[in-house]
Ligand binder design. Structure first.
Ligand code: G
Ligand code: G
Ligand code: G
Ligand code: MN
Ligand code: NA
Length: 257
């Protein structure tokens, strides 16, 4: 099977879907929102990993259309979830990955505005995840759009933080409200790993800049307890749940463990 050829018709054939992974508020252990992740189920190949098909979607430009589709699906799903969530619990947010290719597409800000208008999702409930390397590929080109998105009221997240080759000085210019620490830095956290010094430094830096910190790849209670104790704001990982379809999600489960 020619993956690129197969991917070209995947959206129209209904082979793409969205999975959601919980993001939890560390202070309360309460569900705070979800990250939306694209899935491709090919009739013969079965599930194709995003690690395989997202790069193809970026190279071919297919990510622009499928990314816009995912954004609208996820926003509409979140509007339904917010309506179902019992009163008294914090409002849920949804986080969507935006690739370099989408960032460089002149239509992006209009696409986001259109999705917010059509679904009725408040901009404050939408997080857009961008990577450092995505911004660094063309800083001048994308900064104006990032500011326009921020001005819509959307929250920008720097995804996979620490894995890129960005200079810290540039980070100051990305108008992000949230830093997501890459899961590679979570190994050994709470067990004396040198990674603890890195996580501590990222939390201190982000908080100084007025940003929140989300730890990715949290798998154990030891990691969770250490992160909470060291001021990390939110967490995401198998401890709380893997990415799953919408119908498999619980919106008000007590996640305290
Ligand atoms: O958790 P998962 O195996 O889905 O993630 C694999 C990679 O694919 C991650 O780096 C994730 O950011 C990326 N990815 C998943 N869904 C999307 C998407 O909708 N858009 C983009 N640009 N990347 C995605
Ligand atoms: O954007 P990023 O490359 O970080 O994509 C998230 C990827 O990490 C997805 O493939 C997702 O399934 C995976 N993932 C989510 N939670 C965990 C976790 O707790 N541990 C590990 N090792 N991977 C995770
Ligand atoms: O989402 P779920 O309720 O299944 O996740 C809770 C438990 O399942 C945790 O103990 C977590 O470690 C485990 N888990 C969830 N998803 C994965 C996965 O993709 N890989 C592995 N190895 N464990 C997972
Ligand atoms: Mn992400
Ligand atoms: Na990530």
């Amino acid at each position: 099977v020619d993956l690129e050829q197969a991917l070209r018709g995947a959206l129209d054939r209904g082979e793409l879907s969205v999975h959601y992974q919980p993001i939890v508020d560390l202070a309360t252990d309460e569900l705070s929102g979800f990250e939306a992740l694209m899935r491709w189920n090919h009739p013969e190949l079965g599930t194709v990993s995003p690690l395989e098909f997202i790069p193809i979607a970026e190279d071919t430009g297919l990510i622009v259309e499928s990314g816009a589709w995912l954004l609208e699906e996820a926003a509409a799903q979140l509007v339904r979830w917010r309506a179902q969530r019992p009163a008294g619990l914090p409002e849920l947010h949804i986080s969507v990955n935006i690739s370099v290719r989408q960032l460089r597409d002149a239509a992006l800000v209009g696409v986001v505005r259109g999705v917010l208008d059509r679904t009725g999702l408040p901009a404050s409930a939408l997080w857009l995840e961008i990577t450092e390397s995505g911004v660094m590929e063309d800083p001048e080109g994308v900064l104006a759009d990032l500011r326009a998105l921020r001005d819509l009221g959307v929250t920008l997240c720097i995804d996979d933080f620490g894995t890129g080759y960005s200079s810290l000085s540039y980070l100051r210019f990305i108008p992000a409200g949230i830093v997501k620490i890459d899961r590679s830095f979570l190994a050994g956290v709470g067990a004396g790993s040198a990674n603890e010094a890195i996580v501590r430094a990222v939390v201190a830096m982000a908080h100084t800049l007025g940003q929140e910190v989300v730890a990715e790849g949290v798998e154990t209670l030891v990691q969770r307890d250490w992160l909470r104790e060291h001021g990390c704001d939110r967490a995401q990982g198998w401890l709380y749940g893997a990415p799953r379809p919408a119908k498999a999600q619980l919106l008000w489960m007590d996640r305290s463990v």
